[in-house]
Design a protein around this ligand. Sequence first.
Ligand code: PMP
Length: 395
Amino acid sequence: MSKILDSFLNENLQDLRNQGLYNEIDAVEGANGPIITINGKQLINLSSNNYLGLATNEELKQVAKNAIDRYGVGAGAVRTINGTMDLHVKLEEKLAEFKGTEAAISYQSGFNCNMAAISAVMDKNDAILSDQLNHASIIDGCRLSKAKIIAYNHSDMDDLRAKAKEATESGLYNKVMVITDGVFSMDGDIAKLPEIVEIAKEYDLITYVDDAHGSGVTGKGKGTVKHFGLEKEIDFQIGTLSKAIGVVGGYVAGKKNLIDWLKVRSRPFLFSTAVTPGDVAAITHALQMIMDSTELHDQLWENGDYLKAGLKKLGFNIGASETPITPCIIGDEKLTQTFSRRLVEEGVYAKAIVFPTVPKGTGRVRNMPIASHTKEMLDDALAIYEKVGKELGII
Ligand code: PMP
């Protein structure tokens, strides 16, 4: 290794460790369900995005196995060469139905989707108004486009309106886009989409909603845009297939001309191999399950409300959550890490989230109950929270 790289890595890694900002990665031994095993120990899992429990759903496992038997394990090529199977076409029809749009396009991940979609439409002559707390993949997608990035204060509609007015009236930009998460993953709050749409109409902004944490969760499972009835108003409805949907992948749903453009101009679609057949079949089936029944969705919300009420009663600061995602905001990074480590020792897997994922000084342990947790599991988790919270003087 080059000496300069070696010393760069060693110094910076040590620096992160000293500040309590280095996250160790644990390996889960077996499936990612409501209970997981790490280092041989069973833990109540409050750290997954498997909101509806579909990642371990028996029906979906069987669907994936059948598709592998028929189609094999890989798509074989990028989509435009010969990697588009009839399975991918069905998936995209199902995604459009799920999101209430004319068409949809799928990608290999949600991250990839943001890298693909923003830069296919925006360029250096454009501007993007981006919520300050937007996900890293949105930020990177914006950077890749070379458009001017104008951050507005989190969910602050006065700030957005002022910046939209300034950007559109400046005459500096051809197109202006507004981008927001549908559900903010670190706080569990919901974007103010009706106000965003109103401002977008006033200034002819392109609207882009990344509903990675909303699909399957809000809008009776159909997501945050549906929750507000704005399917006809949002230009880009994007999301991931790896969280509530339980598998892997990302998508854009929108008007047919937008999807046609992305098929010829978005680089991860053009130059990277498609999602595997087993995954595609499982995703398509999962979307149908979510459209057919709200049972898992209802169970998720019941569990979310139960855990949230319990944590609040114990005296934790749960912030502004409006969804099952419930943070316990601790503040200090080292205390947050210690809290999370003690929770693991006592039997709860709830990870510390610290800078750079959240701003410095707002370290938190984030809890994500899922549909397949039982009341007993949640009661056990709350008892552990009480014990460790008192021990560390947090409550
Ligand atoms: N967008 C948001 C808002 C996310 O939270 C995430 C996942 N953390 C992604 C995109 C990336 O999705 P994926 O895991 O499918 O790459």
